[in-house]
Design a protein around this ligand. Structure first.
Ligand code: COA
Length: 475
C-alpha cells in the first residue's frame, strides 16, 4: 500500500553498498567510524487493513463525537482488521513490500515488534518468516509495546554489529482493535491496526540510511499504567475468575500522557547528545504517533515547531509498534524526507518503555521538501504567579483574553482536561512544584489556582523562584 522505490539486490557483507562517500571514514558527526558493521536501512513499506473506521462511525456506537476525538487526539479515522484477520496477516503484507523496496529476496533474521501477537505462544515472527518464504532465518518477537519498533531497530543493529546477521527484516505490527474493549470510549477512539517494516543491511556509519545512535530506557514501576491484566502467568497462576475488563487493554490516560511527553523529550535529548547533534541539526522528528497533542508537546519541549513533526495520526490513529514505520513510509511516499536529511525517531510505550535513535535518511525516494524549523522561546520572565499562570494558559490554550480574569474558572475558559495536565506539567517544570491531576479541576478559578501554587511554593520553601509568597493575584 505504501511502498517507496525499489533497490537492487546486493550482498551487504561483501559489497560496499552504495556509500555516500566510499572514502569517508567518518560518521555523520565527523568522528571516526565504528569498526563494526552498522545497520543501514535499505527498504521500507507500510500496510493498512482496508477497513476504515471514521470518528463518525465510532460516534454512532459510543457516546462521543468527531469534535471530541479530534480535539483530544488529532485522530480522524483509523483502520481495523476484519474478523479472522490477525497481526501476522498485516506483518506479512508490510514485510513483503519492504523486501521488494530493498530489492531483496532473503534476509538472515526476521523481527516482529508487537503487543498483539497471533498467540501468546509461539512468537509471531517465525510464522511471518515462513509465509514470506524465509524459513530458516532467525525469527523472534520484540515486546516493548509502542516502543517496540525502536527496540527492534536496536536489536537488528545489534545482530548486524555482532556479525550474527547481514540483513534483517524488522516489522512493527499491531492489531489493537483485538484487545481494546469496543465499548471503552477513552481507548476505542485512539488505536488503529497496521504494520510497517524496514529492511536493514550491514554497512558503515557514514552511509545514508545508517542508524548510528540509540537511547533506550524503561521504568517497570509504571507497569499498571498500560496493561492487559489477563492472559499471562500472573493471572493464570492466581487462578480465579477473569473479568471482561481484565481481558482488555487498560490505560490510565492522563498519567500516560504526562510520562509520554516527559520520557519522549528526555530520550530525544539523550540520543541527540550521544550523536553529538543539536536540535537545529536535524530535519525531521518522527515520534511514535501516540496522540497529536502529545507530539506537539514533545516538539515544544524540544524547542521545535509542531510542523517539524512527521505525523500521519489523523488518518491511522495510534498503531502501536507500527506507528513509526508507517509514518516513515507515509513520509517517503509523499517525498517529505530527502536522502541525507537527519531524522530523529522517538517512541514511548507500556512497560514503561522509551527509546530514540538517529539516522541519515536513505535514498529511498527521489526528492523531498525540507521542513521549517525555528526555536520556540519559553515564556519571558514573569513577576507574579498569576502572570506566570496566565502565560502558561496562553501558550497552551487559545482563550479569549477578555475572559482571562482571576475569577474565571478553567471550565469558563474552556480549558479541557488534557490542557490541565499540560498546565500542571508546566508548573512542575517552570516552578518546580507538583500538582496532581485531581488538584486542577474545571471549577477552580485562576485566583484559587494561584493560591494553590503559592501554597505549594511555600511548602517546598521555594528558593525557585521567580515565584514566591510575595507573588499574589493581580487585580
Ligand atoms: N468522547 C467523549 N467524552 C469522553 C471520551 C470520548 N471518547 N472519553 C472520555 N470522555 C469523557 C470522560 O467520560 C470524562 O467525562 P467527565 O469529566 O464528565 O467524567 C472526560 O471526558 C475526561 O475523561 P478522561 O478519561 O479523564 O479523558 P482524558 O481527558 O484523560 O482523555 C485520552 C482521554 C485517552 C484522550 C487521554 O488521556 C490521552 O490521550 N492520554 C494519552 C494516551 C496515549 O497517547 N496513549 C498512548 C501512549 S503509547
Amino acid at each position: 500500500m505504501l511502498s517507496p522505490n525499489s533497490r537492487t539486490d546486493q550482498n551487504p557483507l561483501t559489497d560496499p553498498t552504495d556509500p555516500t562517500d566510499p572514502t569517508d571514514p567518518t560518521d555523520s558527526a565527523g568522528r571516526p567510524e565504528a569498526s563494526h558493521p552498522v545497520a543501514v536501512i535499505c527498504g521500507l513499506a507500510g500496510w493498512l487493513p482496508p477497513r476504515v473506521v471514521t470518528n463518525e462511525e465510532l460516534s454512532q456506537r459510543l457516546d462521543t463525537t468527531d469534535a471530541w476525538i479530534r480535539t483530544r487526539t488529532g485522530i480522524g479515522r483509523r483502520h481495523f482488521v476484519d474478523p479472522g484477520q490477525a497481526t501476522s496477516d498485516l506483518a506479512v503484507e508490510a514485510g513483503r513490500r519492504a523486501l521488494e523496496s530493498a530489492g531483496l529476496a532473503t534476509v538472515d533474521a526476521v523481527i516482529v515488534a508487537t503487543t498483539t501477537p497471533d498467540h501468546s505462544c509461539p512468537a509471531t515472527a517465525p510464522v511471518v518468516a515462513g509465509r514470506l518464504g524465509l524459513t530458516g532465518a532467525a525469527a523472534f518477537d520484540v515486546s516493548a509495546v509502542c516502543t517496540g519498533f525502536v527496540y527492534g531497530l536496536a536489536s537488528a543493529a545489534g545482530l548486524i554489529a555482532a556479525g550474527v546477521a547481514g540483513r534483517v527484516l524488522l516489522i512493527g505490527a499491531d492489531t489493537y482493535s483485538t484487545i481494546v474493549d469496543p465499548d471503552d470510549r477513552a481507548n476505542a477512539i485512539i488505536f488503529g491496526d497496521g504494520a510497517g517494516a524496514v529492511v536493514l543491511r550491514a554497512g558503515r556509519a557514514g552511509e545514508l540510511g545508517a542508524v548510528t545512535h540509540f537511547d533506550l530506557g524503561s521504568d517497570g514501576a509504571g507497569e499498571e499504567l498500560i496493561m492487559v491484566a489477563a492472559g499471562g502467568s500472573r493471572q493464570r497462576s492466581a487462578g480465579g475468575a477473569v473479568t471482561r475488563a481484565d481481558q482488555h487493554f487498560a490505560m490510565r490516560g492522563k498519567e500516560v500522557y504526562r510520562h509520554a511527553v516527559t520520557r519522549m523529550a528526555g530520550s530525544a535529548r539523550a540520543v541527540l547528545e550521544r550523536a553529538d547533534w543539536k536540535i537545529e541539526d536535524f530535519d525531521h522528528f518522527v515520534p511514535h504517533q501516540a496522540n497529536l497533542r502529545i507530539l506537539h508537546s514533545v516538539a515544544d519541549e524540544l524547542g521545535l515547531p509542531g510542523t517539524a513533526c512527521v505525523t500521519n495520526i489523523e488518518s491511522v490513529g495510534n498503531t502501536g509498534a507500527a506507528s513509526i514505520p508507517l509514518a516513515l513510509a507515509d513520509a517517503a511516499a509523499r517525498q517529505t524526507v530527502q536522502p541525507g536529511q537527519r531524522v530523529l525517531l522517538t517512541a514511548f510505550g507500556g512497560g514503561l518503555t522509551w527509546g530514540s535513535c538517529v539516522l541519515r535518511w536513505p535514498d529511498l525516494t527521489a526528492s523531498g521538501t525540507r521542513g521549517n524549523r525555528k526555536t520556540t522561546e519559553e515564556t519571558a520572565e514573569m513577576s507574579t504567579t498569576y502572570e506566570q499562570l496566565v502565560a502558561i494558559i496562553a501558550k497552551l490554550h487559545d482563550a479569549d483574553p477578555e475572559l482571562v480574569r482571576p475569577e474565571a474558572s478553567f471550565a469558563e475558559l474552556d480549558v479541557d482536561s488534557l490542557t490541565m495536565v499540560e498546565i500542571s506539567m508546566r508548573l512542575e517544570r517552570d516552578l518546580g512544584i507538583e500538582v496532581a491531576d485531581n488538584e486542577l479541576r474545571g471549577d477552580l478559578t485562576l485566583d484559587e489556582t494561584v493560591r494553590l501554587i503559592d501554597d505549594k511554593l511555600e511548602a517546598v520553601g521555594s528558593s525557585a523562584g521567580s515565584a514566591s509568597s510575595t507573588h499574589r493575584t493581580k487585580g
